[in-house]
Write a protein that binds this ligand. Structure first.
Ligand code: 5GP
Length: 215
């Protein structure tokens, strides 16, 4: 493992579980919590929703553009969800990792599996809604989907939630603020896990018996 590299943090959960809000709140609090973390902005062919911003929530592209990015090998992973493409751009991710920043990837279970094949050391976090009633309420209140899409997303959630069993961490998202704090705690703890910082033992040992360096 390259010790100076950042950590990939995969965050998944059914749509409307609130994972997007948890992630943005965690990013707002990251500086204060002294966590060096960036967000990977995905590319999608789906339409832009209310309160969404091109380049912030997603890069909204045409089907042709997306397929060109697949062909040019510009995506770490991609998936087809509800008839639309979603994928993770490669360039920024690699840049942040090599400068030592951790990166959150908010992607579905399928994408998570593809990323784990390439980055087995990635940390996985699954965001659960408190209940299906709450999930349905949140899907309806964001007013983005047709009835058909709402039913599709609920059924998809039911099929997907058992996959949470193979994630490293599970957060039940009742209170955004708490879930955001928990996510930052996970990232911080993982950044200090022995596997990632074991090299520091030798660095410290190497200072034994040496004179103090005064600049
Ligand atoms: P939504 O349309 O609700 O924003 O997202 C639908 C689903 O696509 C969610 O489960 C979301 O996590 C997933 N998703 C968003 N971006 C990506 C991506 O880049 N790759 C993959 N595989 N899934 C994504």
């Amino acid at each position: 493992m390259n010790n100076s590299k950042g950590l990939i943090v995969i965050v998944s959960g059914p749509s409307a579980s609130g994972k997007g809000t948890v992630v943005s709140r965690a990013l707002e609090k990251a500086d204060e919590a002294r966590v060096d973390v960036q967000l990977s902005v995905s590319m999608t062919t789906r339409g832009i929703g209310k309160n969404e911003v091109d380049g912030e929530t997603y890069y909204y592209v045409s089907r042709e553009d997306f397929e060109k990015n697949i062909a040019d090998n510009n995506l770490v992973e991609y998936n087809n969800y509800a008839g639309e493409y979603y994928g993770t751009p490669k360039d920024k991710l690699e840049g942040w990792l090599s400068q030592g920043s951790s990166v959150i990837l908010e992607i579905d279970v399928n994408g998570a599996k593809q990323v784990l094949e390439q980055y087995p050391e990635a940390v996985t976090v699954y965001i659960l809604p408190p209940s299906f009633q709450e999930l349905e309420y949140r899907l309806r209140s964001r007013g983005r989907d047709s009835e058909e899409k709402i039913q599709y997303r609920l059924a998809k959630g039911k099929n997907e939630i058992p996959e949470a069993r193979w994630y490293d961490y599970i957060l039940v998202n009742e209170i955004i603020e708490e879930s955001a704090d928990d996510l930052l705690s996970i990232i911080k703890a993982e950044q200090n896990s022995r596997l990632r910082v074991e090299y520091k033992i030798d660095e410290v040992l190497a200072t034994y018996g040496k004179e103090e360096q005064n600049d």
